[in-house]
Design a protein around this ligand. Structure first.
Ligand SMILES: Nc1ncnc2c1ncn2[C@@H]1O[C@H](COP(=O)(O)OP(=O)(O)OP(=O)(O)O)[C@@H](O)[C@H]1O
Length: 606
């Protein structure tokens, strides 16, 4: 669970600068108090009352040094100079020693934390993205970082220095009349502690609101990414209604639970403050009438206590704003604390692609491998499979039989609970994940296209690949046939802001991109499942020219893709139930034959 300490750690790298700027701001805030003090003393001079002892001492010293007698003009001159120093002279230095640093720290921390969030996004396990959609994650990061950035200057540049100012006022008043000071302190403690208690309750409500807001954002993001389905099913009105209901729920929480809470708190604070101001006025007046304090001290006490109570309002507002932001800050830290697993470790280290320490022949062995996403629900059980170098192995089986999971284990997205996976005789767990994965390449059913030129996309995994290598990969994958017809050839912009590629074209791009990596093991994950017959044939021809050049694993629903595999592995309910080549498995009269006949004739054979 995240807590307040995480917010402090957020700004920790800048602690020395932070202490300096907070101290500078606080000093400026306290120095300001010299103005009402000076005015009080001027009133004393004008009404022929004695000055405070320390001030008298200062004036006597100045009189000696300047050879001037102590008189009204000298006293007034010293007091005016003092006020001049803390007002006119402080003005040009204050913004540079305070505001500049507060924002500088906030913005530098913003850069650091955004970087941390990106690192987290890049290293989190894949299933995190199954459970949290992009809108939810992006919203959490953006709101978290923004709220930290805005809060820092408010807390360090205003809230803390204002508290010091209040403390300074207390000290000033204490020297004038300790009874007024005690009253002042008690009222402050009561008002602030009540405010903090109320804010704690409000934070709890804000947290609920934050969750609601994330749900709304998440659905909006889903609507955008699934807009084709929304339109095809004509569910625009339904989606709108659903979002409207969510927004109404948010508003209800804001108005009835949160906003009302803040207004109630504010009303209570204002009444208390006015009551205290009035009490201080009465008490000080009585003391002045009794002759216990001078006219100058009367004015100074009133001015100072009004200043102090006037600070209470911005202090409460700042605390309130912080409370409103606190839950989303906590959610950001909770996101940063999501544990990364085996596949995230060491991935962010820069690697010299050309000097990959690994080069495999491509011998892969699954030895007694068992795995379940939840340990009580096994998805793969006691898998034993040997894939020789340069062999082509097809994984087939009903949906949910565990084909993709087997590949995910090979890619080290997950670790088997039992057994081990070996490549060229080495346990893959003993290898550096990043360098190991670079020797493998996978072509998914949905090929991601990044915004940029086709060449950039082809070189995505290996930016230093020569143009010749890229051309060769495109020839094998038959992407060159597509490139011929593109307006700028390899330099055509594709992706978000460029030419849209069809499913088949994207597949060829995916294969070419994988081949550019020159992998030792190449995996096709249902690469042809969503293609029309012509595109499928074309991809099959591309795949055929790859077979035998490296270890190849093909996950396929369409059995036409796997006929030529050296070995076909049939999975059923997480177990290997048949192994053999196409002809052997047809003779075996098992699941493969049933699936084959279903696809060939549309009929099931027993
Ligand atoms: N991230 C996950 N968390 C929990 N269970 C999962 C996860 N991914 C897959 N499963 C479950 O594991 C089982 C095997 O899934 P897998 O995707 O490996 O099957 P498959 O044979 O590749 O299926 P298909 O051919 O439909 O892609 C299924 O029951 C699936 O629901």
């Amino acid at each position: 669970m995240a807590n307040f300490r995480d917010i402090l750690n957020y700004f920790r790298p800048y602690w020395s600068l932070s202490i300096f700027s907070i101290a500078a701001t606080s000093i400026y805030e306290v120095i300001d108090l010299v103005v009402p003090y000076g005015i009080g003393q001027i009133l004393n001079v004008l009404s022929n009352q004695p000055l405070d002892k320390p001030l008298e001492g200062v004036i006597a010293t100045i009189s000696k040094l300047t050879n001037n007698p102590v008189n009204k003009p000298l006293e007034l001159g010293v007091l005016l100079s003092l006020i001049f120093l803390v007002t006119v002279l402080k003005a040009p230095t204050q913004p540079w020693l305070t505001t500049w640093f507060h924002w500088d720290i906030a913005l530098r921390a913003r850069r650091d934390q955004n970087q941390k969030a990106i690192e987290k996004i890049l290293t989190l396990p894949l299933e995190f993205y199954d459970e949290n959609n992009p809108g939810r994650i992006a919203g959490r990061v953006a709101r978290g970082v923004t709220n930290h950035t805005w809060s820092y200057p408010e807390i360090s540049g205003q809230l803390i220095p204002k508290l010091f100012r209040v403390l300074g006022i207390f000290v000033f008043i204490w020297f004038v009349d300790w009874r007024v000071a005690v009253l002042y302190l008690i009222s402050f403690v009561i008002i602030l502690s009540f405010t903090l208690r109320k804010l704690q309750q409000l934070i709890w409500r804000e947290n609920r609101l934050d969750k609601y807001m994330e749900d709304t954002e998440s659905r909006t993001s889903e609507i955008i990414s699934n807009i084709k389905t929304v339109k095809a099913f004509a569910t625009e009105a339904k989606e709108l209604q659903r979002q409207k209901r969510r927004l109404i729920r948010e508003l209800r929480v804001i108005e009835t639970r949160i906003h009302k809470g803040y207004v109630k708190l504010n009303t209570w604070q204002k009444t208390m403050i006015q009551f205290c101001v009035f009490t201080v006025l009465g008490l000080t007046l009585v003391e002045t009438v009794k002759g216990q304090i001078s006219l100058g001290h009367f004015v100074m006490t009133l001015t100072l206590s009004s200043m102090a109570y006037a600070e209470l309002e911005p202090i409460s507002v700042l605390a309130e704003v912080f409370a409103r932001r606190y839950p989303s800050m906590m959610r950001f830290h909770e996101f940063l604390k999501v544990p990364i697993r085996v596949d995230g470790v060491g991935l962010l280290e820069e690697r010299n692609i050309a000097n990959n320490p690994y080069q495999f022949t491509g011998k892969v062995e699954f030895s007694h491998v068992s795995f379940g996403y939840q340990s009580e629900r096994p998805v793969l059980e006691d898998i034993n499979l040997l894939i020789e170098p340069y062999q082509t192995v097809a994984l087939v089986g009903r949906s949910g039989s565990g084909k993709s999971t087997l590949v995910k284990l090979l890619l080290q997205y997950f670790e088997p609970q039992q057994g081990q996976i070996l490549i060229d005789g080495q346990d893959i767990r003993s290898l550096d994940v990043g360098s190991y994965r670079r020797r493998l390449a996978i072509v998914h059913q949905e090929v991601d296209v990044f915004n940029g030129t086709l060449l950039d996309n082809l070189r995505y995994g290996k930016p230093d690949a020569s143009f010749k290598q890229v051309q060769e990969a495109c020839r094998i994958s038959r992407l060159d046939e597509v490139i011929q017809h593109l307006p700028e050839g390899y330099y055509t912009v594709v992706g978000e802001r460029g030419v849209r590629l069809s499913g088949g074209q994207r597949q060829r791009l995916g294969i070419a991109r994988a081949l550019v990596m020159e992998p030792d093991v190449l995996i096709f994950d249902e690469a042809t499942s969503s293609l029309d017959y012509e595109s499928e044939r074309s991809i099959q021809l591309a795949m055929r020219s790859i077979l035998g050049t490296r270890t190849t694993i093909i996950i396929a629903h369409r059995l036409s893709t796997v006929r030529e595999a050296d070995k076909i592995v049939v999975l059923d309910k997480g177990r290997i139930v048949e192994i053999g080549n196409h002809d052997e498995l047809l003779r075996h009269k098992g699941i493969y034959r049933r699936l084959h006949s279903l696809q060939e004739t549309g009929e099931l054979v027993s």
